[in-house]
Design a protein around this ligand. Structure first.
Ligand code: HEC
Length: 201
């Protein structure tokens, strides 16, 4: 007759074995090169779902910076945001009214179509993403640029993104041909040539 203590022993041994075999299997899968890191290799739905949940939860918890009062609805700020959006290279990956994104953006994973998501995000979340970037994706952090993109410039980009669905191709083009206001290049000092473009400190 098997005693309960012995059953427990057998069960625990089996669990231990499973954990060891599982650990070896997982290590072999990842370190043995079986995991496919190719950007054109689709992830299973469950992985996609989990990545989105983890990303959103992480951003929600951290997005605590608040916009300066009145800035987001100011028309001049929206225009300055369109300019900063173009000059900081967002266009290459995210496209623009009347401007095709760079060819390589078709290979980005996930496809970053901002029109589809900006209205589902708070201004604080948009600000956080632009300032900090998103790990394990192509979204860069604009807060690590040297010099960093200024907070007010990032808020201007946020103001612009929130109006994205109503900005016409013609307006975007016109705004990008507007000469830069002093405000957006203030603090550059005499040496503007060295990385001190629009919206830079
Ligand atoms: C090199 C390509 C690249 C550049 C340049 C880039 N992005 Fe992104 N961006 C991405 C990718 C890819 C994602 C999707 C990341 C994800 O969902 O994990 C993304 C995501 C975002 C998101 C979040 C979308 C969401 O689902 O919540 C925002 C907002 C954003 N980008 C804004 C910007 C702005 C503004 C700029 C310029 C200042 C910019 N991006 C520059 C590739 C880029």
């Amino acid at each position: 007759m098997i005693l309960p203590g012995k059953i427990l022993h057998v069960v625990l041994t089996l669990i231990g074995l499973l954990v060891i075999v599982g650990g070896i299997g997982t290590a072999t899968f990842f370190f043995g090169g079986f995991f496919n890191v190719a950007a054109n290799h689709p992830d299973p739905n469950i992985v996609n779902w989990a990545l989105v949940q983890v990303r959103m939860a992480s951003i929600r918890r951290r997005a605590t910076d608040r916009p300066p009062a009145g800035l987001l609805d100011d028309a001049a700020t929206v225009q300055a945001g369109a300019l900063a959006y173009a000059r900081n290279g967002c266009i290459n990956c995210h496209g623009e009214p009347g401007v095709e994104s760079a060819k390589f953006s078709e290979g980005l994973n996930p496809p970053p179509d901002l029109r589809k998501v900006v209205n589902d995000r708070t201004p604080e979340e948009l600000f956080w993403v632009i300032k900090n970037g998103i790990k394990m994706s192509a979204m860069p952090s604009f807060g690590v640029d040297k010099p960093p993109v200024r907070n007010n410039t990032i808020w201007a980009i946020v103001a612009y993104l929130r109006k994205l669905s109503s900005v016409s191709d013609a307006n975007f083009k016109a705004w990008n041909e507007t000469p830069l206001g002093g405000y957006w290049v203030s603090g550059c000092g005499p040496d503007r040539a060295s990385g001190c473009g629009p919206g830079r400190e």
